[in-house]
Design a protein around this ligand. Structure first.
Ligand code: ZN
Length: 172
C-alpha cells in the first residue's frame, strides 16, 4: 500500500475513533447483541431497530481500542437504512477483506471500512476490527459458516442435528 494511502486510512480510523457515529442507544430497539474481545479489553453492545427487513436505527455503546471503536462507528454508518440482507453481505465482504481474501480489499461498497484493511497485517488486532460485524450478525441472527461462533439456541428449531459441534471447542 502506498504510504500516503496508509496515513489517509489511519487518519480516517482516528477520526471515527474521536468522533464516533451512532454511539449511544436505540430506544425501542428490536435486537441487541453484546460482544467482547477479552484479549484486548473491547466490550461493546449494539442495538438496532428493524422495520420489516430494513435497519432503520443502529447504535453502539461500550469501550475498547481505537480499532474496535472505529470499526463500530464505520459499520453503523454503512448498514444504517440498509436491508438486512445487504448488511449481512457487507459483513461477509468485510470479513473477507480482513482475512485477506483476494479482491475483497478493493470493494468500494465497503466505504470507510476499507481503511481497516491495514489492520489485517496485525493478527492480534483483526478480532478488534471484526467485532463490529460479529455484533451485527448476532443481532440479526445471521451466521457465517466458518470462523464465527454459532448460536445454538437460534438454530434449535431445525431438528436435523448434524454433527452436534460441541460449543467451546475449536481446533485452532
Ligand atoms: Zn481492540
Amino acid at each position: 500500500m502506498e504510504a500516503s494511502l496508509t496515513s489517509l486510512y489511519q487518519e480516517l480510523i482516528l477520526e471515527h475513533y474521536r468522533n464516533p457515529r451512532n454511539k449511544g442507544e436505540v430506544t425501542d430497539h428490536t435486537a441487541e447483541a453484546h460482544v467482547s474481545n477479552p484479549v484486548c479489553g473491547d466490550e461493546i453492545t449494539v442495538q438496532l431497530r428493524l422495520d420489516g427487513n430494513q435497519i432503520v436505527e443502529i447504535a453502539f455503546d461500550g469501550q475498547g481500542c481505537s480499532i474496535s471503536q472505529a470499526s463500530m462507528s464505520m459499520m453503523t454508518v454503512m448498514v444504517k437504512s440498509r436491508e438486512r440482507d445487504e448488511a449481512i453481505n457487507l459483513a461477509d465482504l468485510f470479513t473477507d477483506m480482513m482475512q485477506g481474501v483476494e479482491g475483497a480489499s478493493v470493494d468500494e461498497s465497503l466505504g470507510d471500512l476499507r481503511a481497516l484493511q491495514g489492520v489485517s497485517k496485525f493478527p492480534v488486532r483483526i478480532r478488534c476490527a471484526l467485532l463490529a460485524f460479529d455484533a451485527l450478525r448476532e443481532a440479526l441472527g445471521a451466521k457465517r459458516g466458518a470462523g464465527l461462533k454459532a448460536d445454538p439456541e437460534a438454530d434449535a428449531s431445525g431438528g436435523a442435528a448434524h454433527d452436534d459441534a460441541s460449543q467451546g471447542e475449536t481446533t485452532h
